[in-house]
Ligand binder design. Structure first.
Ligand code: PEP
Ligand code: MN
Length: 269
């Protein structure tokens, strides 16, 4: 296995995306809305999260929605807006690719290409992103075991890249009080088994904005290399995932809290 920690020399243990390093001493804080909704919305939130301490910007242009009737994203226009937000803030951009046909367009703009939970089993897409020349953020399938997740990462790596970051984003269990069950044990376990950086997405992992600060702190405490959080200027008006989105003020508070936790575990923010 290419990801195996015993596979000496195979990996470097850190991944660079648009000047940001995953797996170094400094934690990566990815923030932004679930979805790019408009130019005004994206530019406003991009500046706000930069100000609050984000080191990378997120925002979906091509959205994987459970319902075919839900807003599917601004697509290419969304990518152009993300590029403008990067120019404004200096923050590198991560955004999801839904299908292989879109990959050249997405990879041309993104600093990091995200494969979402619903596509983790799409081996054709996994091979394609592994060959696209951009670092890959591979989210855990919501029903994937650790072994299945690692094999998905193996598909990406087998395509010739070493630039893969894992993201625990919650798994489906019998619990319905939260949207998913955030499996934080995955963080130290993945770090035991691989040399790949691991980050945590407590927004999708809980589905509840009020739980995100505590689970972000827990993620850093258990060794995550970063956190990805949904932040929206007006969560109550968000077209997607407003109930799990922090306001910029909440995000600013979380960053301050993470600074203290990071120091306790020998990292920096
Ligand atoms: C996302 O991060 O935008 C997203 C859709 O997350 P997931 O694939 O984990 O559901
Ligand atoms: Mn979302």
């Amino acid at each position: 296995m290419i990801f195996d920690k015993n596979n000496v020399g195979a990996g470097c243990g850190s991944v660079e995306a648009g000047g940001v390093v995953f797996g170094g001493n400094r934690l990566v804080l990815i923030a932004g809305p679930c979805t790019v909704e408009s130019r005004e919305q994206m530019l406003e939130i991009a500046c706000a999260v930069k100000e609050a301490g984000a080191t990378m910007l997120r925002g979906g242009a091509f959205k994987p929605r459970s319902s075919p009737y839900a807003f599917q994203g601004l697509c290419e226009k969304g990518l152009d807006i993300l590029a403008e937000a990067r120019t404004r803030t200096g923050l590198p951009v991560v955004t999801e690719v839904l299908e292989t046909a879109h990959l050249p367009t997405v990879a041309a703009i993104a600093d990091m290409v995200q494969v979402g939970s619903r596509n983790m089993h799409n081996s054709v897409l996994l091979r394609a992103v592994g060959a696209c020349g951009k670092p890959v953020l591979l989210k855990r399938g919501m029903c994937a075991t650790i072994q299945e997740y690692l094999l998905a990462a193996e598909y990406v790596l087998d395509a010739g890249t070493r630039q893969v970051v894992l993201c625990e984003r919650g798994i489906r269990t019998f619990e319905t009080a939260t949207r998913f069950t955030l499996d934080l044990s995955a963080v130290p376990l993945l770090k035991e088994r691989t040399w790949l950086p691991v980050i945590v997405d407590p927004s999708h992992g809980t589905g509840l904005a009020s739980l995100v600060p505590a689970m972000s702190r827990a993620a850093v405490a258990c060794g995550a290399d970063g956190v990805m959080m949904e932040v929206h200027g007006h969560p109550e008006q968000a077209l997607c995932d407003g109930e799990q989105s922090e306001t910029p003020e909440m995000f600013y508070r979380v960053v301050r809290e993470l600074r203290a936790i990071a120091e306790a575990v020998g990292r920096t923010v």
